[in-house]
Design a protein around this ligand. Sequence first.
Ligand code: ATP
Ligand code: MG
Length: 183
Amino acid sequence: MHFQRLRLAGFKSFVDPAEVQIEPGLTGIVGPNGCGKSNVLESLRWVMGANSAKAMRGQGMEDVIFAGAAGRPPRNHAEVILTVDNSQHRAPQPFTDQDVLEVSRKIERGRGSTYRINGKEVRARDVQLLFADASTGANSPALVRQGQISELIAAKPQNRRRILEEAGGVAGLHTRRHEAELR
Ligand code: ATP
Ligand code: MG
């Protein structure tokens, strides 16, 4: 699964709609301090179902909504849309046959998050599993936060194991087993 395009609106500092085209190969984001580079990466985690506000550098999840700046009033919702190339049909069922997956997450103040895949409303779990199976989940080691390397060195063995499991593509299996045991 190849990420093709990331669109943001009202997410953190991106009050106006912004779009990032992701070409195959290495993509670099450059810019002065505070211009929003980390916010772009966080929006990618967020649309894949990240559920820790702390990992988004906020107190609560609504902190990802544009909070107002430079004379611009705050927004009431934020949306991120990720376009994924699935022409190799590696996505799990029921999305396997779709050539392109448009995954979106929207948050409204007081109403929480809504997820959609190709326009159809789905659970957070569905989105998390979709990406966990592809080893690119919200906690994926493919996305390295500022300061994360030093955290990894100091991590407890159990937490380090979780990172290795996600890298090995078995994180989705754990979630499914956990759900099956609860039933
Ligand atoms: P550095 O080079 O220092 O790592 P960066 O390019 O990664 O910087 P970010 O941390 O992505 O920058 O962006 C920080 C900016 O985003 C700050 O100006 C901060 O005020 C703004 N910001 C974060 N959350 C919100 C929000 N909810 N509403 C408005 N602006 C926000
Ligand atoms: Mg940064």
